[in-house]
Structure formats: structure tokens, C-alpha cells
Design a protein. Structure first.
Length: 263
């Protein structure tokens, strides 16, 4: 068996809520996460998951889409309504519409069944590192390095200075973003993506590049990037159907144009 990914030993064990009505899947996922040093609670249906999250706020939720009582999409909506808890969804192969809907209601990532438990643990580790880096940067003087990488990690947190452009202002230190002075409600990935665009105005980025630089992954479904760009456009564009700031570069990917004028 592969060794589990390294965990920041200076941080307390993260609390993971695993929600799946298949006891075999739940047992395997929980077992791998526990061996990787996480505290794990399990729930087999939507109502139980929401009660568990209300009782003790988890650091991350691994959430199956198909659940009895309340389905995974509604559970995700309710979790996101109470705070920015990261969510990784488990979906059945071929259910692309459900996967996209899951991302649109606030899931940070998804893993398709059947999946490698090792891959899931890596995804959990990646999302938690970024979430904790954002929380540390919100407190002055607490910025640290990722011991597994040997350098200050995560592209969206690479510069503590405020970023501005096209009426947008983003402060990595406080993890706040505004548009024309009005605060934006961004998920963790949306914040990271906007920060990356603001740091490199006018540059074209492929989806593979964005996944590597913003998500920190060399693998994964590129539709994750597409959905997050669409969600971000809905929050920063005057007309998301005709975007002027985050422009599509056909055959390449996307480009942030702070002037709002197509090149």
C-alpha cells in the first residue's frame, strides 16, 4: 500500500465528515483517512450528515451525491449556507450533469466512482492545505511554509499584497474580495482563481495550467476549471453571458482583461 501523503504535524488533525449510504465505501474511505492522520465521523444519510455538521463543524466533508432522506446536492447547499466548509463530492461515472451541478452549488471538487482511495486522500489533503493556508493568512504573522513542498505553497496565496483591477480588489491577507466596493461571496477556489487572474492580467492561461497553478493538481477533470470560471464570471461580470473581464481564448483557455476590451 502507498504511504499516505505527508500532513502538517504542527496543525491539529483535521475533522472529516464522510457521508455515504454504502457502508463498504464509507468504511474504506474512513479507514484511509484515519490512517492518514485525520479525525473522521461517518453519516449514512442527509439528515444525519447535517446534524453531525451542526454539532461539530467539520474541516471538510466527503459527500456522496445519492443519499436517502436529503440528497447530496441539497446537503451541500445547506452546508455552504452556514459557512465556507470545503466539500468533495462522490459521483457515479457518467453523471456529468450532477457533477457540474455539484460544483455550481459550492463543492470544491468531485471524485468519480469507482475511485482510488489514495486519490481521494490526495484530493482531501490538497483542499485542506489551501483552506488552512487561507485561514492562516487571515491572521497577521501566521504565514508558514508547506513542509511537503519546501516552499510557501499555493499560487493564489503566493503574494500577501492586495490585488486590484477593473473595479475588483482582493486582499489575500484578510481573504476578502470586493467589486466596486461591494463584498463578493467567493468560495475558496473562486477566490484563488480570481487572485491568479489579477496577478497575471492580459496573459492567456490554458485549463491545464490553471488546474496546476491554482488547484495544485497535475491530474483531474478539466471541467472543474470550466465550471469555476463560469461561477466566477457570474460574480464579477456585468453580463456573465457576454464576459468582458474573464475572456475565453479559443483553443487556449482564458485571459483576464482588466480593461474589459477584447484583444
Amino acid at each position: 500500500m502507498d504511504a499516505p501523503p505527508a500532513r502538517d504535524l504542527d496543525a491539529p488533525p483535521a475533522r472529516i465528515l464522510v457521508v455515504d449510504d454504502d457502508p463498504t465505501v464509507s468504511e474504506v474511505v474512513a479507514g484511509y483517512l484515519r490512517r492518514s492522520g485525520y479525525e473522521v465521523e461517518e453519516a449514512a444519510d442527509g439528515p444525519t450528515a447535517l446534524r453531525a455538521a451542526d454539532r461539530a463543524r467539520p474541516d471538510l466533508v466527503v459527500l456522496d451525491l445519492m443519499l436517502p432522506g436529503i440528497d447530496g446536492l441539497e446537503v451541500c447547499r445547506r452546508l455552504r449556507a452556514t459557512g465556507p466548509v470545503p466539500v468533495i463530492m462522490l459521483t457515479a461515472r457518467g453523471d456529468e450533469d450532477d457533477r457540474i451541478t455539484g460544483l455550481e452549488v459550492g463543492a470544491d471538487d468531485y471524485v468519480t466512482k469507482p475511485f482510488s482511495p489514495r486519490e481521494l486522500v490526495l484530493r482531501v489533503s490538497s483542499v485542506l492545505r489551501r483552506s488552512r493556508a487561507a485561514a492562516r493568512d487571515a491572521v497577521p504573522g501566521t504565514r508558514t511554509q508547506d513542509p511537503t513542498q519546501g516552499s510557501t505553497q499555493d499560487a493564489a496565496q503566493a503574494s500577501p499584497r492586495p490585488l486590484t483591477g477593473a473595479g475588483l480588489a482582493l486582499d489575500p491577507a484578510t481573504h476578502r474580495a470586493t467589486r466596486d466596493g461591494q463584498e463578493l461571496c467567493l468560495t475558496l477556489r473562486e477566490f484563488d482563481l480570481l487572485a491568479y487572474f489579477l496577478r497575471f492580467p492580459g496573459r492567456a492561461h490554458g485549463r491545464e495550467d490553471l488546474m496546476r497553478e491554482v488547484w495544485g493538481w497535475d491530474f483531474g477533470d478539466l471541467s472543474t476549471v470550466t465550471v469555476h470560471v463560469r461561477r466566477l464570471r457570474a460574480k464579477v461580470e456585468e453580463d456573465p453571458g457576454r464576459p468582458r473581464l474573464i475572456q475565453t481564448v479559443w483553443g487556449v483557455g482564458y485571459r483576464f482583461e482588466p480593461t474589459g476590451v477584447a484583444a
